[in-house]
Design a protein around this ligand. Sequence first.
Ligand code: HPA
Ligand code: ZN
Length: 340
Amino acid sequence: MDRPIVNRNDRFIDLHLHLDGAVTPLIARRLGEMQGMALPEDELLEKQLCVPPECLSLNDFLRCFELPLTLLQTREALAECTKLVCKSLAEQGVVYAEIRFAPQLHCQRGMSQEDAVRAVLDGLESCPFDAGLILCCMRGRGNEKENAETLALTAKYLSAEGGAAAMDLAGAEALFPTRNYRELFENAADKGIPFTIHAGEADGADSIREAVNFGASRIGHGVRCFEDGALAELVREKGIPLEMCLTSNRQTHAVENMAEHPFMRYFSQGLKVTLNTDDPAIERTDIAAEYRYAEELFGIDGKQKRQLLENAVEAAFAGERVKARVRAELGLAAGGAVDG
Ligand code: HPA
Ligand code: ZN
């Protein structure tokens, strides 16, 4: 039998990871203790923090964020959570990650969005590897002011190394279509803010087309790109990376039959596919498990695994110095070529 593609000392990149989706029961206990918040016993806690078997859609999935968000309403808790998530990622072999969160979801108990951003940046200071921060705007109604503030904060803290790396749009795509966010992303583009947009996950190819037209540097998920062949070709031609997350797509039912997931089709067509976790604690996954899942579903081999990692390096919102270091840690060639 061939050697499995994932081994014990492997190194990884995760470009699509939500901080509030990375709160494991262990992290939740620590955050609860810090704040004198009583949490239910283990079995119930796990149930509250993980996606239920009856999850039918992204809308259902997004309900799992209630408890993590309750635990992340102070500066201390946000900084500690960031530290613990980074520590856990380092133990899993992650050598570069982009952690994202929506500051506007952390203002329920007096924190400002800027307090929240500073708290997460504080936490990232002790991260054992280079990590970027992506600030998420949220799909919704009546939160235009909050999104504008997130944009202004991204501009303020923007830096390829050490501050905010980019902006994103998260939330219920099927309820609040991408076309509603034209003005927001026109402003982002005017300010030179790089951005990724969750698109083509719970909505169709048009959502991805809008995101590309807005000037998105990357697409979160992009599962439904195949519905429009010309769009897939455009995404390939422009070299726009897709941040794909297999377990997440199964659980949100973005894809009903995982054997027919377009991941391999895009990869073979030369689209810049990357593999990520999305919400590892909620999904009970980690980045190594996602690579194992890709091997199980599509039979990806070692060379394809290295290509996925090289795609992730190229796609990263990081400067060339960081990219060179990450390539070296992953054992990838300096020029980006992937050998057999
Ligand atoms: N899509 C949209 N919003 C999200 C997701 C997702 O997969 N995960 C966390 N917030
Ligand atoms: Zn996501």
